[in-house]
Ligand binder design. Structure first.
Ligand SMILES: C[S@@+](CC[C@H](N)C(=O)[O-])C[C@H]1O[C@@H](n2cnc3c(N)ncnc32)[C@H](O)[C@@H]1O
Length: 242
């Protein structure tokens, strides 16, 4: 970036004013490729505001669409699971939307779990947050009982990482890169999710725009559809366990 656009400059001026920092320093950080939300220290996600820093992915508008789709597909869920929770975005927004639900969220990154716990405390919500691989840290007692599984997993292929924009590359690599094909984490979710859902339970998983066909065949035993984001790109796999 050669110049900070006006709308970003106004936001940097607001941060500088609120924190007593120098605007020039913040502009220099932005020009150096630091994402705006890391400089601000926060990001809006649906009905909640989250604290974010370099330990977590900055929640994206596509994932807000996932939140809206998932919220419309279930009525008063009792058990909700958010895999790959990062800052806690989906788990905490769903807890706000469905206060009576028990919400469980996992992430393989201890840094992310720390950020999610801080966000949970600040928002005054109660969500089960555990570090570990996908379903592994979940209590066995909810196996086969889950009404809704949501996930925004990493889905970038190793070879694609270098071509990402500079500010995206400042986000944690573990949040972006899944493995050689990019489909590895989606496939692991698809292989296990049927065991965790109750009959009639719903899974909504975010995918990369070129992964629709492959991702749709990664959920054995669950009829799925691929839905597009607001820009018309394949972005979500949605399934209902028979
Ligand atoms: C794309 S980010 C999504 C974060 C958050 N859900 C959001 O939408 O803003 C993916 C997250 O998955 C986590 N992750 C990567 N591999 C994982 C795995 N095998 N099990 C659990 N979490 C994983 C990363 O640490 C990262 O926080």
């Amino acid at each position: 970036m050669d110049m900070v656009p006006d709308h970003e400059l106004r936001r940097l001026e607001a941060v500088a004013g609120a924190k007593g920092w120098s605007v020039d320093d913040l502009v220099a950080r932005r020009l150096d490729g630091e994402p705006l939300q890391y400089i601000e220290g926060s990001a809006q996600f649906g009905p909640i505001e989250l604290e974010v820093d370099e330990r977590v992915l900055i929640p994206r508008p596509e994932t807000e669409t996932l939140f809206e789709i998932a919220s419309r597909m279930v009525r008063l869920p009792e058990v909700v699971v958010d895999l790959c929770t990062g800052s806690g975005a989906l788990a905490l927004a769903l807890k706000k939307q469905f206060p009576a639900a028990s919400v469980f969220a996992t992430d393989i990154s201890s840094d992310a779990i720390q950020v999610a716990k801080a966000n949970m405390a600040r928002l005054g919500e109660q969500v089960f947050l555990a570090e570990g691989n996908l379903f592994d840290p979940l209590p066995r007692s909810i196996k086969g009982e889950v009404d809704l599984v949501v996930a925004n997993p990493p889905y970038v292929a190793e070879a694609e990482f270098a071509s990402l924009p500079d500010d995206v590359k400042r986000e944690p690599r573990v949040a972006l890169v899944a493995g050689r094909s990019g489909l590895e984490v989606i496939e692991r979710i698809g292989a296990s999710v049927r065991d965790w859902l109750r009959p009639g339970g719903v899974v909504v998983c975010e995918i990369g725009e070129r992964q629709g066909v492959a991702a749709a065949s990664s959920f054995p035993g669950i009829p799925v559809v691929v839905r597009q984001d607001l820009t018309g790109r394949d972005r979500f796999v949605i399934g209902v366990k028979p």
